[in-house]
Design a protein around this ligand. Structure first.
Ligand SMILES: [Zn+2]
Length: 87
């Protein structure tokens, strides 16, 4: 195999959606819209659910999500935003 072939077939890092993004995709419309809306509440709003509380609510529902994942997703630091933009 040539270097060219190796580079062409090597796995790429890519930007994949986070676990929260996967949950969002799996939810039914009503739950997804409610979660999306809750995630988008501005940081300085009284209605904002903290990252830790959001993770706890999701964990109570049986989803494996860490507060850090919620934070990264809200910041747009995961691949969800990038993958959304291409759709
Ligand atoms: Zn995400």
């Amino acid at each position: 195999m040539t270097l060219y072939d190796r580079l062409k077939s090597a796995p790429t890092k890519g930007l994949k959606g986070c676990s929260l993004g996967k949950i969002l995709q799996a939810l039914d419309v009503k739950d997804r819209e409610a979660l999306q809306a809750a995630l988008l509440v501005p940081y300085d709003s009284d209605d904002r659910i903290s990252n830790a509380e959001m993770a706890r609510v999701l964990q109570d529902e049986g989803y494996d999500v860490k507060a850090k994942t919620v934070e990264t997703h809200r910041r747009g630091g995961c691949g969800c935003g990038a993958s959304r933009a291409t759709k």
